[in-house]
Design a protein. Sequence first.
Length: 320
Amino acid sequence: MVTMIRFYNYFLFLGLGLLSVEAVVDFEKEVWPILEERCVECHQAAYEQAGRMKNPKAGLRLDGAAHIMLGSDDGPVIKVDHPSKSSLYTRVMLPFDDDEHMPPKGDPLSMKQKEILRKWIAQGVDFGTWIGANDGIEDLIKKRKEKKYIPEHITFFQALAGDLSPLAPKIIERLAAETGLLIRPIGIGNSLLEVRMVSSGIEFDESTLGTLMPLQDHLTKLDLSGTDLSKKSCSLISKFFRLTHLNVRQSTIDDSGLKALSGLKNLISLNISETKISDYGIKPLLSFKNLESLHLWKSEVSDSRRQFLKNRLPGVVVTP
């Protein structure tokens, strides 16, 4: 009976999520307050209390982005784009009297809090500019290697980088100053980089992408939400051959621009929500052989063509 209730509750909340307005979740404003208030007490760096060391339960720390993605002693707690496969979410959805329900003390999370977690994971686990605590990451990765457990996303990006040398910090600092963009490594010890818009007041055009060309070998995550993207801009983006995550939500990208991106062979996540991409421009999406996640919310792609994409791309999570 408990199992039936559990699955009923899961599908009830999943249904509520599908019906809700798919606004982008802001980690620092919406997710972090939940973790800080209800989770971090048990899942933070080790500390001494009354002469005894208090270690994070199950080896899981939720006080920093890198720690969250590294997961617990038992493995990852988040699978990007898949709330139903992420224990960080599924355990808060368990019945209150279940031994594995989280948090174990106090009231269960509210429906709103659970939905925030679900949407955040479903939308790609975007931390924004938030980093949080990053102490001990290198030692933790070393320990996980000894246990032959390294989260899938870390091994993926390590393989993608290969023997690529890190870009000199001075070059990164100069490009960040020239463009006004946030430029940072995707993780400690990894030479690949992330670039994102952090202010709507930043002027962005084709010349900005030209300025970023020294990152051609290193760029793997690019967030250009809300920018003006011409076909030429998209052609420049296609030169970043290690690009795996591209977010052009609310940008001016059109069908011709999407076609210009078809050379991105390593792309695994694409967000074209709230753009002018239409039924006539979706064919290039079939060329992204490694694509795992596609966000189409409020684009001009019709329901019938969305279903077409789901049928033709069975391994891709197409939302909504």
